[in-house]
Design a protein around this ligand. Structure first.
Ligand SMILES: Cc1cc2nc3c(=O)[nH]c(=O)nc-3n(C[C@H](O)[C@H](O)[C@H](O)COP(=O)(O)OP(=O)(O)OC[C@H]3O[C@@H](n4cnc5c(N)ncnc54)[C@H](O)[C@@H]3O)c2cc1C
Length: 409
């Protein structure tokens, strides 16, 4: 059996790679400079780059031409994402491209598709995913932000927290409670809320990891009824199926591969006790293990893309492991690299003595935040149920866990 791409797909890969390499600034140091610690000029640069890539169709090559894509398939989308991932860049509209956009594709009305998708495809719009609340993280069904019907619109009141943002968003893909039901997840709906709607305020939060997170307050925010996404009170189910798009992706492993290649080079050039690090057997074993991990992660990501391209025949994928591996390896690999570097591994970018541009310390920090799209523990619960068909955890245990968490606070 031979795995491979068609000639056209290989050409698309080369074109995308050449384009991203020629457009990415030479002094961009992936893994150090995150999208979110940028100056105003850099922010403007990445927004302009996103728009240029959108004009070429490189943000959404797999979307139909009517919705702003190139009319290609999931495999081509995976190829372009892999090339973009290798650069280490992150589009300002990550949440729109990977979460809200695909959800509108699946659950949106024709009017919603016409109104919202072209702005995502052409790189003009920025979306945030506004799901998490102070009392609704892993327990997503515990949404308290309330949407009440009032004539031709809904009125939203409540708070979101930990929402990753980049520039002030044009839209908030918002989960809200629309009915008091038992079980709780049957009374939740999805709304497409303009980010500058009267009554919305933002408050910055500090975080050890990537990006900037904000609290978002909704104070009597009026949202037209036509901005309800999918069915009323089915928002939880819609959101859960759209999570699969967030978890999977070919970009993550491509960036890990690039980082490993750079780190191997560092080990060739750096000596300890008069010998290059690369000659140390333990270092070689660790590097080989990381290469195996990344190859596994890449194949799993591609298997998900392939499954998606065959979804008419195969149906929805029961569980996608790529996000799971991403969480495991993005935590484990910086720790291994730190071990190899010794105390130098703890030095930050900018420190006089930092080696490898302080990238390992930065990655270690980022790896403290593997919470988005569900924590590792929650991902394991989903894997156990959907992936392995194990029985659900009895509700009484969930209550015990919730109680233990409450006591910890
Ligand atoms: C950097 C960063 C970016 C984020 N970006 C966004 C965003 O853009 N939009 C958004 O909506 N949210 C975002 N989040 C929020 C993220 O989705 C939540 O942090 C996550 O769902 C976990 O919720 P929590 O923080 O309330 O933790 P909790 O749910 O309070 O969990 C605390 C701990 O208990 C464990 N735990 C909880 N329940 C169980 C259980 N049943 N069994 C076993 N263990 C359990 C968890 O694994 C975790 O370790 C972001 C978070 C971070 C850190």
């Amino acid at each position: 059996m031979e795995f491979g791409f068609t000639k056209e797909q290989e050409k698309l890969r080369k074109d995308a790679r050449d384009y991203f390499l020629s457009e990415t600034p030479e002094d961009f140091e992936p893994g150090v400079e995150t999208m979110f610690s940028l100056t105003k000029e850099q922010t403007e640069f990445w927004m302009a780059f996103q728009k240029k890539a959108g004009e070429k169709g490189y943000l959404t090559p797999g979307w139909s031409k009517e919705t702003g894509g190139l009319g290609l398939g999931p495999i081509e989308q995976g190829i372009v994402e892999e090339e973009w991932g290798r650069t280490g860049g992150r589009w300002p509209n990550f949440s729109g491209l990977h979460i809200a956009g695909p959800a509108v594709q699946v659950f949106g009305t024709e009017e919603q598709k016409k109104k919202f998708l072209p702005g995502i495809a052409n790189g003009e719009a920025v979306w945030n995913q506004a799901f998490t609340e102070p009392e609704a993280g892993s327990d997503e069904a515990n949404q308290q932000l309330r949407a009440v019907e009032d004539g031709d619109h809904y009125v939203l009141n409540g708070q979101k927290t930990f929402i990753t943002t980049y520039v002030k968003p044009d839209y908030l893909y918002t989960l809200a409670r629309t009915a008091d039901t038992e079980p709780k997840h049957r009374g939740i709906s999805l709304f497409l809320v303009p980010g500058d709607a009267p009554g919305i305020t933002y408050r910055a939060l500090g975080s050890m990891g990537f990006g900037t997170q904000v609290d978002i307050f909704y104070d009597n925010v009026k949202v037209p009824k036509e901005n309800l996404l999918g069915e009323l009170n089915r928002g939880f189910y819609h959101a859960m199926s759209a999570f699969e798009f967030e978890r999977s992706g070919t970009g993550g492993p491509a960036f890990s591969r690039r980082s490993l290649e750079e780190f191997v080079q560092f080990c060739k050039e750096t000596e300890r006790n008069g010998k290059p690090l690369i000659e140390d057997l333990e270092v070689r074993r660790s590097l080989a293990q990381m290469a195996i991990d990344i190859e596994v992660q890449k194949l799993i990501a591609w298997q998900a893309v392939w499954w998606f391209s065959e979804k008419e025949k195969l149906g929805p994928k029961p569980y996608d492991l790529s996000g799971f591996f991403n969480k495991i390896f993005s935590t484990r690999h910086p720790e291994i690299m730190m071990d190899i570097m010794g105390l130098y591994g703890q030095l930050r970018t900018g420190s006089k003595w930092a080696k490898f541009a302080g990238k390992v310390e930065r990655r270690w920090q980022i790896a403290r935040s593997v919470h988005p799209a569900g924590t590792l523990e929650v991902n394991k619960i989903v894997l156990a149920g959907r992936g392995l068909g194990l029985p659900r955890v009895p509700a009484k245990f969930n209550k015990q866990i919730a109680k233990a968490l409450e006591e910890k606070k």
